[in-house]
Design a protein around this ligand. Structure first.
Ligand code: AMP
Length: 280
């Protein structure tokens, strides 16, 4: 695996691979890698000649300065994990490689998808995500790029970005990887206290209960059920929405949509976690 630490090296690697007709699969990450990230790498290895991962904690997508400061950074362990996974190249860009004109986001309009859920609670977050991903696509020119359903709204934003700008690549969604107790793998899990780590599998448990409950109850009743279930835990529910998978608009009646998904954000102590479940 080759380690790429400058934009110049990165551009020259891409040029070489493109000239020899190699199909490039790309996995953008913020590091602190775990098996969830590795599942994206594995999928990319199956579908491409070469797989490249970027590791970059993107400042413009953080709406909370403390969250950015405390975001885990584990470069050496990340490199080892990627090497073991058979990744071909890893790109650790410098901030000025990604933001040559200063650390700011472009403004995007994604048909309202950006204003739902995470967009409501994390103002500016998706402008930051779209800005950094577009820049990586411009540099790396991948044939396919891999995004986890763990961040389902982010995945939808990137699909819209590619469609709006007519970018010549395919976005591949990858299912959520969970710990054996059901907790969705996340770089932020390492920051949970012991008490909150024990409590946090209830997130997925409640989502699964909600899926069953919805079969015989209304959307409103299900939302109340979820809130009540969380009230009986040490977790603090920020939002739970039942939304259409395409538009991400919340629905008030389940009959109105075929493809529903339940989305939530929860505070486990100071750590904010997100998860979602297919309600189809
Ligand atoms: P992050 O490093 O958190 O920005 O995540 C990088 C990519 O890995 C994103 O496409 C995430 O959706 C994906 N990812 C993170 N956690 C998981 C998980 N538990 N299962 C599947 N994909 C994940």
């Amino acid at each position: 695996m080759i380690l790429i630490k400058s934009l110049r090296e990165m551009l020259s690697w891409v040029e070489t691979q493109k000239k020899s007709g190699q199909k490039i699969g790309f996995v953008p990450t913020m590091g602190a890698l775990h098996q969830g990230h590795i599942s994206l790498v594995q999928k990319s290895k199956e579908e491409n000649d070469l797989t490249i991962v970027s590791v970059f904690v993107n400042p413009t997508q953080f709406n909370n300065a403390d969250d950015l400061k405390k975001y885990p950074r584990t470069e050496d362990a990340d490199t080892q994990l990627l090497e073991d996974a058979g990744c071909d190249a890893v790109f650790f860009p410098k901030i000025e490689d990604i933001y040559p004109n200063g650390e700011k986001s472009e403004n995007y309009n994604f048909e309202g998808i950006e204003n739902q859920m995470e967009g409501k609670f994390r103002p500016g977050h998706f402008d930051g995500v779209a800005t950094v991903v577009r820049r990586f696509f411009e540099i790396i020119q991948p044939d396919k790029a891999y995004f986890g359903e763990k961040d389902f709204q982010q995945l939808r934003i990137i699909q819209e970005l590619v469609q709006q700008l007519n970018l010549p690549l395919q976005i591949v969604p990858v299912p959520i990887m969970r710990e054996s107790d059901g907790l969705a793998m996340s770089s932020r899990n390492t920051r949970l206290t012991e008490e909150m780590r024990e409590e946090s599998p209830k997130i997925h448990q409640i989502l699964r209960e909600a899926k069953i409950f919805l079969q015989n109850h209304s959307v409103q009743e299900t939302k109340e059920f979820v809130q009540n279930q969380f009230n009986a835990t040490k977790l603090d529910l920020e939002y739970f929405e039942i939304a259409d998978e395409k538009t991400l608009e919340s629905v008030s009646e389940k009959e109105n949509s075929e493809n529903l998904r339940g989305f939530l954000a929860v505070f486990a102590g100071e750590i904010r976690l997100i998860d979602n479940i297919d309600l189809g």
